[in-house]
Design a protein around this ligand. Structure first.
Ligand code: ADP
Ligand code: MG
Length: 252
């Protein structure tokens, strides 16, 4: 079956530094795939190329078989590559539900001029999305007063409003407490399973990765060094070397 998102020979050089070196990967329909690796491995650079923020030095990117290499970020997003940001991107002056309604408006391509009336539009649909991320009770609060973990869940609802084929999540749990991280990933995993969305995510907390990813790819110094199931990766000597400096193993 054609992968939802596919990168072939993806490479990015910054001057003499090859941040991403000939990476090929494929995300299949409905898959929850983790891209892991130490700091500076090239994960964000990979994501930025997949989202169109950075132009690859070499390589191709395909979405459901269609070449999207070098398209602008907005075009890639419009074709169904959703994303959540490392830095939360909501409008703090709007309420929780207005943020989701604005996303729905944009998804249905209404003019931005109607935003002042956003509260009349798509309220039921926005409420359904908020229920999905357990934020319904906070629908009418201003985003500025939300707890960080709640903002992250709102961001997920906003991303889903665009009905993406795939969600790219670069460290979605950054800045969250360990228990909140597990909750957010569990919520994300449940939602994507029920909606059939694919997810490619990065995460530095190995407990979170090992308990949620269906499949993992490991980057080190720009190169993919391993790929497989949680069990494969846990037991991979090269991966242990990279993460733990050898001699140790991941805890069970
Ligand atoms: P990760 O997300 O895995 O921590 P990054 O993709 O952010 O890694 O970075 C990979 C490498 O590329 C690092 O050595 C980083 O310093 C370098 N790098 C990232 N972005 C740029 C840039 N815009 N210009 C120059 N070097 C960069
Ligand atoms: Mg990064």
């Amino acid at each position: 079956m054609t992968p939802v998102l596919e990168a072939v020979g993806l490479t990015k050089a910054f001057g003499g530094l090859v941040a991403v070196d000939n990476v090929s990967l494929a995300v299949r329909a409905g898959e929850f795939l983790a891209l892991i690796g130490p700091n500076g491995a090239g994960k964000s650079t990979c994501f930025n190329m997949l989202m169109g923020q950075l132009k690859p030095t070499q390589g191709r990117i395909r979405l459901s078989g269609e070449d999207i290499t070098n398209l602008a970020p907005r075009q890639i997003w419009a074709k169904g590559v959703g994303r959540t940001f490392q830095i939360t991107a909501t409008y703090p002056s709007m309420t929780v539900i207005e943020n989701v309604q604005t996303a729905l408006l944009s998804h249905y391509k209404r003019l931005l001029a109607v935003v002042p009336y956003a509260h009349y539009l798509y309220r039921d649909e926005a409420m359904a999305l908020l229920e999905m991320v357990s934020l319904a009770e906070q629908a009418d609060r201003h985003c500025a007063v939300l707890a960080y973990g709640d903002l992250k869940r709102l961001e997920l609802a906003i991303a889903l409003a665009h009905e993406p084929k795939i969600l790219l999540m670069d460290e979605p749990t950054a800045g969250m407490a360990p228990s909140e991280r597990v909750d957010l990933m569990r919520l994300t995993a449940d939602i994507v399973a029920s909606r059939g969305v694919s997810v490619l995510f990065t995460e530095h907390d190995m407990d979170v990765v090992f308990s949620h990813a269906q499949r993992l790819m490991v980057l080190n110094r720009g190169q993919l060094i391993a790929e497989g199931s949680v069990e494969d990766i846990r037991q991979n000597a090269l991966v242990q070397e990279v993460y733990l400096g050898g001699g140790a193993t991941f805890k069970e």
